[in-house]
Ligand binder design. Structure first.
Ligand SMILES: [Fe+2]
Ligand SMILES: [Fe+2]
Length: 214
């Protein structure tokens, strides 16, 4: 499992945070199969390596199948292994395959908790740095684009597309409650960062124009 984790945002600690949050959420839900939930958490990003090598592949779909095959080899029943597969297959934010079972919903929420709050921002910045994406883009006049309508896969674009909207996507009451506690510090961080760079560019362009340097 750990050998499949090839970036610092999806490392061993991410897997354990997802597991720990899932166990917390499971305490507040009924009829949770703990074996299925734990296996789904530990194996949920096992397909990431395949997606890095071929970005056209979906790590959730690939990982679900890999987990299913693996669990059969260690003696799991087909029925239980299939429940793990389906939970992993539906854990992505970018997906039209919503989680249906209680274990799938808990996995989805606990994984999304790692994209909420300042932790979600830091993990995204780490990931963007590792793949060489920019922090933000500028328009033709040199002004900062705030993420929407951004032509590049910048951090600002990811914040507007995913991180800002993750709070509306929780399936369990406990997951939503945990996420909402993290929302305000993340919004403050975003407002501060965005405000600072927008001001630097705006003021710089103003100075260049006033000095007739452009
Ligand atoms: Fe994932
Ligand atoms: Fe994950």
């Amino acid at each position: 499992m750990v050998s499949r984790m090839t970036d610092s945002a999806h490392d061993k600690e991410h897997i354990y945070r997802v597991l720990y949050s899932a166990l917390d959420i499971a305490k507040t839900e009924h009829d949770v199969d703990t074996d299925v939930l734990i296996a789904a958490c530990l194996l949920h990003d096992i397909g990431r390596d395949k997606q890095y090598k071929d970005p056209m592949l979906c790590h959730a779909a690939e990982g679900g199948e890999m987990a299913y095959q693996y669990l059969l080899t260690i003696g799991w029943t087909e029925e239980k292994a299939a429940r793990v597969k389906s939970a992993i297959a539906s854990h992505r934010f970018r997906s039209d395959n919503p989680p249906e079972s209680i274990e799938a919903r808990i996995l989805f929420d606990s994984d999304k908790l790692d994209a909420a709050g300042t932790l979600g921002i830091v993990r995204t910045l780490i990931y963007k740095g590792q793949v060489g994406d920019k922090l933000y883009s500028t328009d033709d006049a040199g002004n900062v684009i705030d993420g929407e309508n951004d032509p590049d896969n910048t951090f600002f674009n990811e914040y507007k597309f995913k991180l800002e909207n993750v709070y509306d996507r929780f399936y369990t009451a406990r997951g939503r409650e945990m996420a909402m506690r993290r929302k305000k510090p993340a919004e403050d961080f975003w407002d501060s960062l965005r405000g600072d760079v927008v001001e630097i560019h705006r003021r710089g362009i103003e100075l260049l124009e006033s000095e007739k340097l452009i």
